[in-house]
Design a protein. Sequence first.
Length: 382
Amino acid sequence: GPRSGSQSMTMAAADKVVKNGMTYSKLGDSDLMVSRCCLGTMTWGNQNTPEEGCAQLDMAFDEFGVNFIDTAEMYPVPPSEQKQGDTDRVIAKWLPKRKREDIILATKVAGYSKATYYPGRNGEKSRLTPEEIVGSVEASLQRLGTDYIDILQIHWPARYVPLFGENMYKRSREAEWDAVPIQEQLSAFKQLRDDGKVRHFGLSNETPFGVMEFSRLAEQHGLPKIVSVQNVYSLLNRIDFDAGLNEVCSPINCNVGLLAYSALGGGALSGKYGSGAGSPEWRMNKFKGFFARYLNPSCREAVDKYAKVAKDLGYTPAELALAWCNTRDYVTSTIIGATTLPQLRENIGAFSKEIPKDADDEIEAIYRQYTDPTKVPAPTFR
C-alpha cells in the first residue's frame, strides 16, 4: 500500500497548493491533493500507440506537474473485446519509471452492461455485484502492475439512468434493470479498502440521487464514503451539474469533488469541426455517432460564438473552454485527452490562463442563449 509521508499526503494540509505553476486541490473528503489537470487515457491503445501514451505521461508529469491519471477497465474507446485493457497496459509500461506514491491513479469498473467480456464477470453481463467489483479490481491491478488504486470509480450506474445523450428519465424502463443495491456495491468498496487494494472511491455519470444515496448509506452503515464524481461538464453541457449536483457536491453537503470530463465537448469546442469536414483521423469523423450530439446546428453556432470570445482574449477555442472549466470553483480537476503532443501542450497550458470578468460575462450571455445545446434533439445527427 501507499507509504504515509508521501508527496500526496504531506500536501494535504491545505485545500489548495500551487507548485511550479500547477495548482493542486483536495479531492472531496479524501487526503488526496490532485492536480487541477488530470490526464485522460482513453485513446491509448487505439488512436495512440503505447509509445505515444508514454510520451504524453512524460510531458504531463515532467513539464507540467500533473500527478493525476484517469483510466478505466473498458479503455480504449470505442470499447471492444479485442482491445479491452490495452490502455492499462500502456500505463503499466510507464509506471515502473516513477515513485508510485507520487502518482494518483484513478480507474473505473464498467457499470451495467450486456457485454460479457469484462474481467471478473464470469463471462456474464456486468451487474456490479460485490464479487464482480472485487474481481474487476484484481484484474485491473494485474494489468496496471501495481498493488493499489488511489480512486476506484463506478463508470456508470448499475441501475437505470438516462445515459450518454438521453435527456429524460423514463420510469417505464426501471424494471429492465436487475439492479444490484447500492449498499452491496459499498460493501465491496469496504472489502477493497480493508484489503489495501483501493484507497478512495468515486462515481461517474451519476445523478444527484445516486451521489446522495451512496453518501447517505456509507454514513449510515460505516462504509467508505465517495470522494468524487466524474461527469460531463463543459460550455455545451452544464445544466445537469449546475442545477442539481452542485448543491449535493458542495462541501457543506456531501463534499464530493467534480472531475469534469469532455470539457472540450468531445473536441467540438476546439472549433475544429466548424464547417469543413476535417481530417478523417478526428474522433468524431473516425467514430461516427460516438459524439454526434456535439455536432447539431445549435452546438455549432454556440461553438462559433465561444470561439469569438477566445479570439478577443488571444486564446485558442480549446484554451478558452479548458480555462473556463478550470476556473470554476466547484470543479476539482478537469480531465483532458489528446492524441498529439502539441495538442497536449496547448491543453495543459490552458490551466494557467485566467478568464477576465468581462469575458466571463460574455460567456454567460452566450450560455443564456445556447443553454446545453447538446440536448436539442437533432434527428439528422443521431
